[in-house]
Design a protein around this ligand. Sequence first.
Ligand code: FAD
Ligand code: NAP
Length: 324
Amino acid sequence: MSHSKVVIIGSGPAGHTAAIYLARGELSPVMYEGMLANGIAAGGQLTTTTDVENFPGFPDGVNGTELTDKFRAQSERFGTTIVSETVSKLDLSSRPFKFWLEGAEDGAPLTADCVILATGASARRLHIPGEEKYWQAGISACAVCDGAVPIYRNKPLAVVGGGDSAAEEAQFLTKYGSKVYVLVRRDKLRASPIMANRLLSNPKVEVLWNTVAEEAQGDGKLLNNLRVKNTVTGDSSDLQVNGLFYAIGHIPATDLVKGQVELDAEGYLQTINGTPHTSIPGFFAAGDVQDKVYRQAITSAGSGCQAALLAMHYIEELEDQKSN
Ligand code: FAD
Ligand code: NAP
């Protein structure tokens, strides 16, 4: 399919909600769902979590991957074409918009009249000494993906971060580890009260306040120690852990549009007045890629819906112009 009316890049709740609306609007959307784009499976961040308890319609909660599978099935049911490829290059400088897929950058571009960017975000890393050496050999940014691996069983583990992700990951890891330390860089959690309370009342969890990770150490093959520093006293010490899990937030996936549209200081796509409009007509953004405040599945889905409605209107106007 070399030309499409509307292309959606990304496959989380924002992308799939946009796809459902556009497909029901008979615009035959094409979704590029990514092939481990930014290290995350198609379906997005929810594929890295266990139970989602705050998405309406699931009073007993729903597994994150099951929810994304349902999004995908609903997109397909109404006629979305889903392509399991990653978009590696996007040119918004002329019409139709041009884009290329990973591994085919030297070939002819694919084109679209309208593009919805819903590429989401990916896990932030600390980049401490030893991190590269022990990455996936004791260090991970996804407890749900890696926590059950034998190297972590009945071993002391550490989670870095104080938000909802850290609270959730630490809780999850208590199923496998002998003890879970949570390293919080200040004296306060950012996590929502319900998640914070669950974390603090778990007997297998110990929160180390005002503590940062300095260096990952091990036996050359696997991590077995973490140098940590108390930010108040300045003292460094050893924390013997066999697992280190990062839960320190995310980086928006805006590389495709760097230099083409306005990004804020943290790299989030700057939309207009909180809508999916960008500075380029026909190019819309939805979900976490443009939201550093709410970053929820439901808010992403909501902005995906808005982007689809705006895209439909844009295509209608374009077709009116062509026929006049
Ligand atoms: P994402 O979910 O980030 O998905 C975008 C996807 O698009 C990418 O993962 C990738 O597969 C694809 N993609 C990226 N780049 C490209 C490209 N160039 N080409 C093609 N495809 C590409 N929110 C809640 O409401 N409730 C929860 O319980 C909850 N739990 C969470 C637990 C964890 C561990 C995490 C990390 C987040 C959680 N969130 C939760 C937040 C929620 O997952 C996100 O807000 C939401 O998934 C963002 O949706 P999105 O559509 O913007 O993009
Ligand atoms: P977040 O809310 O941005 O929290 C990031 C945490 O990491 C903060 O505690 C932050 O500390 C800390 N941190 C950042 N950089 C650090 C560094 N270099 N060193 C040490 N600590 C560092 O990110 P999140 O927890 O991933 O949550 C993202 C969004 O997803 C949120 O909106 C959240 O509500 C949502 N989410 C929801 C659920 C749920 O409802 N079940 C589960 C997971 C995520 P400071 O506080 O000091 O900045």
